[in-house]
Design a protein around this ligand. Structure first.
Ligand code: MN
Length: 576
């Protein structure tokens, strides 16, 4: 991968000379910073940022993102000299590079935490969609060179790619990138299934490929005859991981899958898409119920096309997809394609088929409502950048544990909220906290992306002052419960015993009262009074009074009472 190639791409896109100089400066800085470093493949390290930058340039991302891609790993060891980069390249580049570095801290463990919340968090920490795009392309190159890593790392990274990165790319409408990430991960995550699939489908893929090549000229001829303008007719074969997923839904039966192979026609206007659909249906009859109009009703990720499945020659089922060039670019590059339009194709906007570009009017990316905002025509570049900031998780913040696990908390949360979320014991025994390596007070307000560490001391008890600043209901509940326990304990100690009243709600049954009193008897506690309130006939309220020696005795009793058959609820009150 040579730097010349990157410059050639940028030149072809007619970017200003100043932009080329800027990128060159970033390249030299990165080459210097990575001098002597090698990738696990043995390649000089600079190959990696250069490959990332080149891909982003091909996707027509703005010059700043391309430059940030070149610099993105120069801060890797946390000792990033942000001010150095800021001085040399400006605040925006420093912000992008820092964002990528922040995202690097996140680790997906594939355990109890849902992948979905991790994806959202990824976007929230990304702040600027360009950081997310950079990270996705960065991951693509890392996946392409995964074979050089030790097997354990391969598996972890591939799984993370499959669960987080690929779906994220898909959500952003970048289906080409998403498919590539999936197919690169597939053999590492499901090696046996992958081998099986390749073995079983090899012949089928070849047969289908040949068949499509044979029928393509028939279709082309028909379109020409009807004077339909089209730019390209291409065949596409379903990518492996997508086929695997589909097979899982269809009893692993290849015969049940009709869209392994498809013909894709790129046309010049929306009208021609519909006209061509009619012509195809005259040529080959459609399978009823298989016509999908994603132009009128785009997929949630913004995908638009017409799909139909027809009975082709020899009665083979063939899927045919029709779309305009804009739709095609959007289908392949999603959000990145739109970014490119706004930046470099503004001038030609007027000449374009309005329906082809009315991206903003569609319910695109409904998942990310804020992104709709920047899909509207924005004239002012500053405003445009501002609108790229993702702040749609206004009421939630995502912070990290020292191991890189993600914790999702209400906005305004403090280290105490964090501690209770990790574990009740961590909350109860918390004595101090570090945020991003620095000591902070326990009421410190956490921010998105903070790395939080809690210092604990055995035997410590929560302070009622904490109730003044905690934000999460979870922490509040747990603090109150502990404080109550401590208070009760003090009462027991003061009097050497306490009179307690138990309130038990249970469904009435024969022998209920006997079972309850037995529990007291077995613990050698004498009952001092018992009342049964039968206002609710089926669920009587039973009230028992007894004197207990200490809090432990009380807790043991509570546990036993709750275990009695048909008991629904047990509460207690100390009477002194
Ligand atoms: Mn990287």
């Amino acid at each position: 991968m040579a730097f010349g190639k990157l410059i050639d791409i940028l030149k072809k896109q007619n970017r200003p000379a100043a932009d080329l100089e800027f990128v060159e400066k970033a390249y030299h800085f990165a080459a210097q910073a990575h001098q002597g470093q090698k990738r696990k493949s043995g390649d000089p390290f600079i190959v990696h940022p250069l490959s990332t930058a080149t891909r982003l340039a091909e996707m027509q991302l703005d010059t700043k993102t391309v430059a940030a891609a070149l610099l993105h790993d120069t801060c890797e060891d946390g000792d990033c000299n942000r001010s150095h980069i800021k001085n040399l390249f400006g605040e925006e580049i420093a912000f992008l590079v820092e964002g990528v570095t922040k995202l690097d801290k996140i680790r997906y463990k594939g355990s109890e935490r849902s992948a979905e919340s991790l994806r959202k968090m990824f976007l929230a920490i990304g702040e600027d969609i360009r950081i997310v795009l950079l990270k996705l392309v960065d991951r693509l190159h890392n996946m392409e060179t995964l074979q050089y890593l030790p097997p354990e790392k391969q598996k972890r990274i591939a799984r993370e790619t499959l669960e987080i990165y690929a779906p994220l790319a898909y959500r952003l409408g970048m289906s080409k990138l998403s498919s590539k990430l999936e197919d690169l991960s597939f053999p590492y995550v499901y090696p046996d299934e992958h081998d099986w699939l390749i073995r079983t489908t090899k012949e089928k893929y070849q047969t289908w490929g040949k068949y499509l090549e044979r029928i393509k000229p028939v279709l082309v001829e028909e379109l020409l005859k009807e004077e339909i303008k089209f730019l390209n007719v291409d065949s596409r074969i379903k990518h492996y991981y997508s086929l695997y997923r589909k097979l899982l839904k269809h009893d692993m039966d290849l015969a049940k899958i009709t869209d392994i192979a498809a013909l894709r026609i790129i046309l010049t206007s929306v009208e021609d898409c519909y006209a061509a659909l009619g012509i195809i249906h005259k040529l080959w009859p459609p399978v009823p119920g298989q016509i999908k109009d994603y132009i009128a009703l785009p997929k949630p990720n913004g995908y638009r096309s017409l799909h139909t499945t027809v009975f082709g020659p020899q009665n083979n089922l063939v899927e045919i997809q029709l779309r305009t060039k804009e739709m095609h670019e959007e289908a392949e590059h999603g959000i990145a394609a739109h970014w490119a339009y706004s930046e470099y194709k503004k001038d030609s906007n007027k000449n374009r088929d309005r329906r082809g570009v009315s991206f903003a009017d569609q319910k695109q990316f409904s998942w990310i409502n804020q992104i709709k905002e920047w899909q509207k025509d924005i004239e002012n570049p500053d405003e445009f950048l501002e609108s790229l900031k993702i702040d749609f998780f206004k009421d939630r913040i995502f912070v990290l544990t020292p191991k890189g696990d993600v914790v999702d908390l209400p906005e305004g949360s403090t280290p105490i909220d964090f501690a209770y979320h990790i574990h009740t014991d961590v909350g109860t025994t918390a004595t101090g906290a570090k945020v991003n390596g620095k000591m902070v007070p326990l009421d410190h307000k956490l921010e998105v992306g903070d790395l939080v560490e809690i210092l604990v001391q055995k035997g410590r008890k929560p302070s009622s002052d904490w109730l003044k600043f905690v934000k999460s209901g979870e922490a509040r509940r747990k603090i109150m419960s502990t404080i109550r326990k401590v208070q009760d304990e003090k009462l027991f100690q003061k009097h050497g015993g306490e009179k307690a009243e138990f309130k038990i709600t249970a469904r009435d049954r024969v022998g209920l009262i006997r079972d309850l009193t037995d529990i007291f008897a077995r613990q050698k506690i004498s009952i001092q009074g018992m009342l049964t309130d039968e206002k609710n006939k089926n669920y009587p309220l039973i009230n028992i009074k007894a004197t207990l020696k200490n809090r432990r005795e009380l807790e043991k009793l509570m546990l036993k009472l709750k275990e009695v058959k048909e008991v629904k609820e047990v509460g207690f009150k100390l009477l002194s």
